[in-house]
Design a protein around this ligand. Structure first.
Ligand SMILES: NC(=O)c1ccc[n+]([C@@H]2O[C@H](COP(=O)([O-])OP(=O)(O)OC[C@H]3O[C@@H](n4cnc5c(N)ncnc54)[C@H](O)[C@@H]3O)[C@@H](O)[C@H]2O)c1
Ligand SMILES: [Zn+2]
Length: 1621
């Protein structure tokens, strides 16, 4: 071998088969060829790796093989596959196998896997089964593959149902670890692998861990700069950082190799390497592919370490180190990391979901979950994973806690609190800036200190190391040498305020660095940090010559700071906002170019104790600050600091945090127990150390304070006393603790009104949050009153028993708010503290200490569901379809009108509360008020409400008085009822109400402006109702005011339904839907049918309404793209937009008015292809809730919204359905990938309908989609599934999709999505693809040459693009010809007319109940039942009659009391059936031949038919009919007495009006209809011509055959044209 290579060998399973080094390719070729003889060497890699490294392999192998004799010289082959997890599939495996077979590879083949874990797993599995197993070699190129996947012999592929489910244990012959490959690896992939490296060290080797935690920068640098000339191949050419990197990798591999050797098949020890993986995998399952494995495991490690901490076996010190170490490798350590939180999928992360996923982890045994528990860094609790119960995991994962109130079981408590944050921050900076080494003890492990340490490391200002298992931090000071970080590297400070303030001045001290081109230092933080003020400090520093720029908002972070900026001399600083500005300058002052004199301006200096603390600590580090005095010896706010450097003391012990100490002490105070806090006493540097003496003692506690300890004993519970005024200026941070105690301070000796007045804390408004406001708002939730002051607040104490329980406290991400309310929670039941993690700032294990050291129980709570339930408990919707409906609304809103109409369409009795009132009290409402006054009326009214609800719990419409919501009691009753039944708010524009009321006198006048009443009641209505019905102005004005309907709009001969019909339809649809009596869902939305919806993409739908019927041709529903709506004042270009609720309401109502098709309510977010802002969860759910209130049938909810929100929405959906949707616009979603299945499962869990949309790049993408859909369909109880690929390439998927395919229409302004097709286009395509065969339809009868039916149906078929043909089939009898026709496979259906309606029956298999009852069939439909074809006979004649009547009934007639049928032939049977179905209680029948009339009476024993002897006189002096149906030929009737024909007297038309139907076709105006038009009441009679009935029945027939609504407008237009021709 010409090339010398230094290789470190690691042994595994007894063989030294792992070779580690740099630039190993020649070594690999040599080793493989010489030790693994073969006829063929096959190298398999992916395109990414190939582009960097394949040619090197090719040439080296060429050279190596060339040296062998030509005879029998082995081949070298290479095969490159696409990169990424999707290649790790059955198809990927097959493609490699095919390659091997094609190249005639035999059993002696050596396969080399060059790449990351994907290549290793896949190629390894191929090797394991190819020719029953061939030898293979791993050449990992990612860090993850080097330290993890290549070692251990596990190989696997994924299936759509899960990752790594199919595979084998197959050990490679060699594993070549060439660390130089890492130089081309993307940084994120490197970090990904580091997670596993850190993991291994954490469970196994503390020394290794220490190296990792302190040397991250050096490790990174080994891969950041390419190694020239194969540097590193030999030990001599290796750099220190290369050495370090290799040793880290080798160390990690050695551990894994050892574990694998001991436990090859993973039975015990080997599962130690799963540390972080139990929870990590669950997270990965949700976040893949956006987050990488190592990133998820990193978060998993922290969470699993927290499990260990809550068990009390792992300390905070270890947890802090682990956190910092992972952060140092750019890994996320919490689910709130911006990289995770910004992902839409992160909203799906909740406790229940994660536990659910963990359940199916391969590594669990049964229901037990296994987690590797650390006891310290480098050591685990057991030599295997430990079984952990779900509640411990749940508690750790939960983002909120619930405190179980009680007496601390550990009393008398004795504890130390974490190191002081203020002292820790100061001492870190002092020691870092100082000369020499300093050992820090009791350092607080918090965000602030962590941020400070990593910032100081970024600035190369100091180095840190841990001793005593992390109890001691060894700081090697840099003596003030600091350098500008590398370009692009920002110093990120999270929300760590102290660090931000201190570091701002520190950054002015840095020096330009020789090895970096960066000219300034940038410090930044999270969103909240970017709002916190830093202005006064920056102003002071700028004035002193520093160049500091605000990069975003003026006065806040981020800042760009130029080096060498602190000139020194006289510095002026406004010190009335924060003492931290002062400390910041003081701490850095010794390093300024000149000695500093710091002058504080602005009068009041805030928090002097903190300034004194800084000065005292500087003194411990050898720098004496002099505070100047005036001539009289009075202290001035002027400080002189010498120019010098700090001298580090050998050791420094940090005091416990005095602010933190207030919480356990306060718990003792409030619960009447005893607590001692060590390490804080009278000698403390911290102002808050005075809290016990100055506050608790005054509130009645016994306080004993020594120099170094504080003990508090509370008075018996409930006896804390309100002290009146307290000045908390010296201990501002403790005011929150004082406030919660004040809330219950009512004991003996309390001042008047139990007031505690806290002042001197104005600075608390600009802390983590506005703390004064936070305390006021959160105390209010407990029912505690407060008053805000300029400089503080007053709190009025209440007895404990009067405080509200079950409060959910919002913590504003502020540790002090959370801990202070924990004190109150220890005595008030059910208190939940949201955002438990905010305590990490100063007391990360507070919750564990509260439970383990104080003895107050803490439970984890997932906030699932609670969000809405606290908002409004009344919104749960009823499932019981018979529950009575309560109707509310302003007087004049149309309650009675709508209510009566609803009652009529549901056939339920209507009860008017006013009428009921008058009956009960025997006095009118108006008089009652007059006599007894309003209050007693309201009381009586509330009684009536209760009575009505209990007397008529089901099957009634209850219309209530407008003022019923005025009393809280009635509102409670209504809210309670809303939990089980619909409470509907009828809304109407206030102007219309005012207009209407102007004329109304029946009820008491308001005595105040109606608009005021309206405004007052609106919120109450909203609070009490679970539904809203919009009563549209303009529609009802006429009918309500005049109690008469508007005349029909008659347009030529075409009939257009009257406005009252629309209202009736809308009322019928709405109440049918919300009660569940007749939910308005799309019948075609089922497995074996095709359904479609039209996407409306208008900013305002009203222009589309006149064409709605045309637009919705063939559609089963209308999708309203709410995100595309733009209210008129907002028209114009918007990137994102939230349409106002009122506007959306109007739009829905307008749509409702014109169509009864179900609505799909869609709010599409930007990331899913719409324009609704992704983050505005609140507004989105407000809209979804609105949709449910309006009775919208389908609500499309993206599954990226938080699952708990979706579930809570679903709990209120009533009879509406949720379409759970997921859209991928990136084109990355692969239909055969695991995550698609997961998305599907989530959606199927959350919705009744699943929608998944991807993007097609190739035609084949549609096949993958189709395959996925078929698989999901084949599962048990599949849900309707909308699956579509966007883009033109995806059109095929739109054609084949069967549930709710979104369609467009040529008339629409723009398509909702690229590639969208119209309904007609889809039908055409389906036909061409053989999915929609041609069919023939017929009319059987004689004579039928002039039938209108062919025009009717053919027009319909054509309009819908259906390949159907309707023909006339005139024949003498029902014989062979007809039999042959209906047996033909392309027979689609037939109309049957006189005289064959009876004769056809014997040829049919099944009759509808209606056809059976009427005894005639007019429609034949071939159907498939249980796999065989049958002929079904139906009758649509009666439906034609019924619809003609129903849709034309004047709105004043709620109920038809009686109806007249003239004639007793076949058609009259249909007429009687129709009237019976309409619930008409009395049917008069007139026929000249009485016997045939009697035959009809006998045929319908259930109908109340009464024979009429003479037209115009009604049996038993009954009411005149409001419906008349004539079934006799027109020629047989006359309005002329002298005629032979049947005489029709005008007396048959009652003055109240009604509907008259003449079944005769010709002429259009029959004698009956002519007469109706001529009577005085003619305007109130609606005439229905024979052709109209024909049309109505034809529409139903069309529906029976096609399953689609008939396009009525075009069809009737054509029919009328032909009729009139
Ligand atoms: N078998 C095991 O014990 C085991 C253990 C852990 C993980 N795994 C598996 O490993 C897989 C993940 O492995 P991974 O993280 O290496 O992913 P990977 O193989 O997909 O590689 C990550 C990316 O980096 C690219 N890449 C690889 N090396 C490169 C280099 N040197 N320079 C530039 N680009 C390079 C790849 O093309 C890919 O795009 C998963 O499928 C996982 O299931 C297996
Ligand atoms: Zn792993």
């Amino acid at each position: 071998m010409a090339v010398t290579t230094d290789v470190d060998k690691v042994s595994i399973l007894g063989k030294e088969s792992i070779h580690c080094g740099f630039h190993l390719i020649p070594h690999i070729a040599h080793t493989v060829v010489t030790t693994l003889s073969s006829s063929t060497y096959v190298l398999i890699t992916d395109t990414n790796v190939a582009s960097f490294h394949l040619s090197a392999f090719e040439s080296v192998f060429d050279q190596t093989l060339c040296k062998l004799p030509e005879q029998g010289r082995p081949r070298f082959l290479s095969f490159v596959i696409p990169p990424g997890e999707t290649s790790k599939s059955r198809e990927g495996k097959a493609s490699i196998e095919d390659f091997l077979l094609l190249h005639r590879c035999t059993r002696d083949t050596i396969i080399m896997a060059l790449g990351g874990g994907v290549i290793g797993d896949l190629v390894g599995f191929v090797a394991a089964t190819f020719m029953r197993g061939v030898r293979f070699v791993q050449i990992p190129t990612t860090l993850l593959a080097m330290v993890d996947s290549s070692v251990g012999g596990k190989t696997a592929i994924d299936t759509p149902l899960g990752k790594n489910l199919i595979g084998a244990f197959w050990q490679p012959e060699y594993i070549f670890i060439d660390a130089s490959f890492l130089e081309t690896l993307p940084a994120r992939e490197f970090s990904n692998g580091m997670a596993e490296v850190v993991k291994t060290a954490a469970i196994w080797d503390e020394d290794e861990f220490t190296a990792l935690e302190s040397r991250s920068a050096s490790i990174f640098s080994a891969i950041q700069t390419p190694s020239a000339d194969f540097a590193g191949r030999t030990k001599a050419t290796r750099s220190t950082s290369q050495d370090l990197l290799l040793s880290v990798i080798r160390g990690s591999i050695a551990v894994k190799a050892h574990i694998v050797t001991v436990d090859e098949r993973e039975t015990g020890l080997r599962n130690l390497v799963n540390f972080g993986h139990t929870i990590g995998h669950a997270i990965e399952a949700v976040l893949t592919p956006s987050m990488l494995h190592g990133e998820c495991v990193s978060v998993g490690m922290i969470l699993e370490a927290e499990v260990a901490r809550s068990m009390g076996v792992f300390g905070q010190v270890g947890l802090g180190r682990l956190t910092r170490c992972l952060k140092a490798y750019n890994l996320p350590v919490s689910l709130t990391d911006p990289r995770i939180a910004s992902l839409p999928a992160s909203k799906l992360l909740n406790v229940e979901r994660l536990l659910d996923i963990m359940k199916v982890d391969k590594k669990n045994s049964g229901a037990q979950k296994k987690i590797v528990i650390l006891t310290r860094i480098g050591k685990t609790y057991e030599e295997k994973a430990t079984n952990i119960s779900d509640d411990i995991i749940a508690k750790t994962l939960a983002d909120a806690v619930k405190i179980v109130p009680g007496i601390p079981t550990k009393s008398p408590v004795r504890m130390a609190t974490p190191g002081s944050k203020s002292i820790s921050n100061r001492v870190l900076l002092l020691a870092a800036l100082g000369n020499g080494t300093c050992r820090l003890k009791n350092l607080l492990h918090s965000d602030d200190t962590q941020v400070m340490m990593s910032a100081l490391m970024d600035l190369k200002g100091a180095s840190f190391a841990w001793e005593d298992g992390g109890e001691t931090l060894v700081v090697k000071g840099g003596g003030g040498s600091l350098s500008v970080p590398l370009p692009g590297k920002e110093i990120y400070l999270g929300n760590a305020g102290t660090a931000a303030r201190f570091l701002t001045t520190v950054c002015t001290l840095v020096q330009l660095s020789a090895d970096s081109s960066a000219k300034t230092t940038t410090i930044t933080g999270n969103a909240r940090m970017k709002q916190r003020p830093i202005g006064p400090l920056v102003t002071a520093l700028r004035a002193n010559g520093s160049a500091i720029d605000y990069l975003e908002g003026e006065g806040c972070l981020p800042l760009s700071i130029a080096p060498n900026g602190l000139k020194g001399g006289r510095i002026q600083l406004a010190a009335s906002v924060s003492s931290q500005y002062v400390s910041s300058i003081l701490l850095c002052a010794p390093y300024a170019a000149e000695a500093v004199t710091l002058e504080l301006t602005g009068g009041q200096v805030i928090s002097q104790p903190y300034i004194d603390m800084t000065i005292a600590m500087m003194k411990s580090f050898g720098v004496e600050v002099v505070r100047e005095k005036d001539a009289d010896g009075k202290l001035l706010d002027v400080y002189s600091i010498p120019k010098t450097t700090y001298k580090n003391p050998e050791a420094y012990s940090i005091e416990s945090d005095a602010s933190s100490a207030t919480y356990p002490l306060a718990i003792a105070a409030i619960t009447g127990t005893t607590c001692t806090v060590e390490n804080i006493g009278s000698e403390s540097l911290q102002g808050d150390a005075k809290f016990a003496k100055d506050v608790l003692e005054r509130m009645g506690c016994e306080v004993v304070q020594t120099a170094t300890e504080t003990t508090v004993t509370g008075p018996p519970k409930g006896q804390l006393k309100a002290p009146g005024y307290i000045d908390m200026e010296p201990m501002t941070d403790a005011f929150l603790t004082a406030s919660v105690l004040a809330a219950v301070a009512t004991g003996a000796g309390s001042v008047e009104r139990n007031v505690t007045r806290i002042e001197g804390i104005a600075n608390q408004r600009v802390k983590e949050c506005n703390r004064i406001k936070a305390m006021i708002d959160e105390l209010a939730k407990f029912g505690v009153e407060t008053k805000e002051l300029d400089d503080g607040l007053e709190i009025y104490g209440k007895p404990i028993a009067e405080l509200k329980e079950n409060v959910s406290v919002h913590c504003y991400d502020d540790h002090r708010v959370a801990m202070a309310f924990s004190v109150l929670a220890s005595i008030v039941g059910g208190t939940v503290l949201e955002e438990k993690r905010c305590v990490e700032k100063t007391w990360p294990n507070w919750w564990d200490d509260l439970e383990n050291k104080i003895g107050i129980r803490v439970e984890g709570v997932d906030l699932a569901g609670s969000i809405e339930s606290t908002a409004s408990p009344s919104r749960t919707l009823s499932k019981d379809p018979s529950a009575s409906v309560a109707i509310l609304g302003m007087r004049g809103s149309g309650k009675s009108f709508i209510g009566e109409m609803a009652a009529s369409t549901l056939s339920w009795p209507f009860v008017d509360a006013d009428v009921y009132f008058e009956q009960k009290h025997q006095i009118g409402v108006r008089e009652f008020v007059h006599k007894n006054g309003w209050p007693s009326f309201r009381a009586a009214e509330t009684e009536i409400l209760k009575e009505l609800l209990s007397t008529y719990p089901s099957g009634h419409i209850l219309s209530l008085g407008g003022g019923i919501v005025e009393t809280p009691e009635a509102r409670e009753v209504l809210k309670e009822y809303a939990k089980k039944g619909p409470v509907v708010h009828i809304t109407r524009e206030i102007d219309e109400v005012v207009k209407y009321l102007g004329e109304e006198t029946a009820r008491p006048a308001y005595g105040e402006p109606v608009t005021d009443v309206f405004r007052r009641r609106e919120p109450w209505f909203a609070e009490c109702c679970n539904y809203e019905f919009i009563n549209y102005t303009g529609l009802l004005t006429a009918s309500v005011n005049g109690r008469a309907s508007t005349p029909d709009e008659v347009n030529g001969d075409e009939y257009t339904a009257s406005k009252s019909t629309f209202v009736r339809d809308e009322v019928s649809r709405f109440f049918g839907h919300i009660t569940g009596q007749k939910p308005n869902l799309a019948p075609n939305l089922v497995a074996d049918k095709r359904s479609y919806f039209l996407s409306l993409t208008y900013p305002d739908v009203t222009p589309a309404l006149p064409h709605i019927e045309e637009l919705t041709t063939g559609a089963d529903a209308i999708e309203l793209r709410v995100d595309l709506l733009r209210s008129p004042k907002d028209i114009g270009g918007f990137k994102t937009y939230v349409p106002p609720v009122a506007y959306v309401t109007e739009q829905v109502a307008a749509l409702r008015r014109t169509t009864s098709l179900p609505i799909v309510f869609t709010v599409r977010t930007v990331s899913q292809g719409g324009s609704f802002p992704d983050g505005d969860e609140k507004a989105a759910f407000e809209l979804f809730n609105l949709a449910l209130r309006l009775g919208v049938e389908y609500v499309d909810v993206e599954i990226s919204w938080p699952e708990k929100r979706i579930k809570s929405l679903a709990s209120r959906k009533g009879n509406s359905q949720i379409i759970a949707s997921w859209h991928d616009w990136s084109g990355k979603m692969k239909w055969n990938s695991v995550d698609v299945k997961e998305k599907y499962d989530t959606a199927a869990r959350l919705g009744e309908v699943v929608k998944m949309v991807g993007k097609a790049t190739f035609l084949e993408d549609n096949f993958a989609l189709y395959e996925f859909v078929s698989k999901m369909r084949a599962g048990p109880n599949p849900k309707p599934f909308i699956a579509i690929n966007m883009g033109v390439e995806g059109q095929m998927s739109r054609i084949l999709n069967s549930s709710f395919s979104p369609v467009t229409h040529p008339l629409l302004p723009s398509r909702a999505a690229p590639g969208q097709l119209s309904f007609v286009q889809i039908q055409t395509a389906l036909h061409l693809m053989g999915q929609l065969p041609a069919r023939r339809f017929f009319i059987f009868g004689n004579p039928i040459a002039h039938s209108m039916s062919p025009t009717l149906h053919n027009t319909g078929f054509e309009t819908l693009g259906l390949p159907y043909k309707y023909e006339i089939f005139e024949t003498a009898d029902v014989g062979e010809e007809i039999k042959f026709t209906i047996a033909s496979p392309d027979f689609g259906g037939a109309s049957v007319t006189i005289p064959f309606k009876l004769d056809i029956i014997p040829l049919l298999d099944v009759l509808s109940p209606e056809a059976e009852a009427i005894g005639a069939v007019n429609t034949v439909v071939p159907q498939m039942r249980d796999g065989s074809r049958i002929l079904y006979g139906d009758n649509t004649d009666w439906l034609g009659i019924r619809e003609s009547i129903r849709t034309r009934l004047p709105s004043t007639i709620f109920k038809i009391e009686s109806a007249l049928v003239i004639g007793a032939g076949g058609t009259s049977r249909a007429a009687i059936y129709a009237l019976q179905n309409l619930g008409v209680p009395r049917i008069y029948l007139f026929n000249r031949t009485r016997s045939s009339a009697q035959a009809l009476v006998d045929a319908f024993p259930d109908a109340h038919i009464e024979l009429v002897d003479e037209l115009g006189t009604w049996p038993g002096n009954g009411l005149a009919p409001s419906v008349i149906v004539s079934t006799v030929p027109a020629s047989a009737t006359s309005i002329d007495t002298s005629s032979e024909s049947l005489y029709l007297p005008s007396a048959i038309f009652a003055p109240e009006g009604g509907v008259v139907v003449d079944m005769a076709y010709k002429p259009a105006m029959t004698p009956l209809l002519t007469l109706a038009a001529s009577v005085p009441s003619g305007k109130r009679w609606k005439a229905v011509k024979g052709v109209e009935v024909l049309l109505e029945q034809g529409y139903r027939q069309f529906e029976l055959w096609t399953g689609r609504r008939c396009p009525k407008k075009v069809v009737s237009h054509q029919v009328w044209a032909k009729y009139s021709a």
